[in-house]
Design a protein around this ligand. Sequence first.
Ligand code: GDP
Ligand code: ZN
Length: 308
Amino acid sequence: MTTRREKSEQVVIEGRVVADFGREFLVEFADRRQVVCTRKGKRQDATCGDFVEVRLTGAAQGSIERVGTRRNLLYRSDQWKEKAIAANVDQVVILLAPKPPFSEAFLNMSLVACEAARLPVIVALNKADLPEHVEARRTLALYERIGYTIITMSAKFDVSPLLPHLEKKLTLLVGQSGMGKSKTVNALLLSDVARVGELTASRDSGAHTTTFSRFYRLDRDTAIIDTPGFQSFGLFHLTEDQIGEAMREFRPFLGRCKFNDCAHIEEPGCEVIAATGRGEVSAPRLSFYQVLIEQHRELHEQHPEWSR
Ligand code: GDP
Ligand code: ZN
């Protein structure tokens, strides 16, 4: 280590988290230099997309001293826990495919997460080259009626329908496995595009096998965050009211139910349920919501220690 580097140990540099490995983070500085960073203490509260202040502790190592205020924050969840997945994004692309068939529950949960984070969503139906896509597209008409943008594309043959939507934005890309997310990321990253987050600074091998999310620059102003191994969005941190608000088509009826604290399950005088009876809210969306609330209550009862 040179003297100059030793001196730089005290320097605090602003950067952005471009890869989240759970315990370690890759931070990129304005000059595109990247360093592997730890976050002191138990709170691993940095995530991909975060603006951070880093204190250099070595040639390509640092420690995240401060995480900047976030415009928004999304969580991922598995069976056991909820963890930050990305911050400061402009929008989310939910990637679906007709084969294997996408899960409508996954779509609905993702929509709730994005609405709760106040993020615009694009629903991208991949594998448009397969004949099964016609039926899948029909299923999505409901979501289009509620106001979501639906596009069809093929990671294999043509990702161009997606491109204008990505332009000059930071987009979080999510999808269940098998939908074609890797293929989409690869198609977007035409081979000569610089891959942000290629871990040249990797130390002990195997330490970085699990990547939670990763930032890829497509051009100067356009980037995506990929989410390898993503299963679903975390919704545990939301309140029941927030979940209700996240159901777009419920909004005209919220606050008009007989009871102020109506959860739209089976309460008398519920305007959301009445609207469903009139066909103004779709019955499958209402039942998705009701099941979600039930699961939410169960989870909170099982894990009171998680509740904030
Ligand atoms: P991931 O699990 O979401 O990352 O999915 P992959 O990118 O690994 O793709 C899953 C499978 O779907 C692979 O066999 C891909 O070749 C296939 N696939 C991905 N995109 C398309 C597409 O647009 N059309 C067709 N026909 N197959 C695709
Ligand atoms: Zn109600």
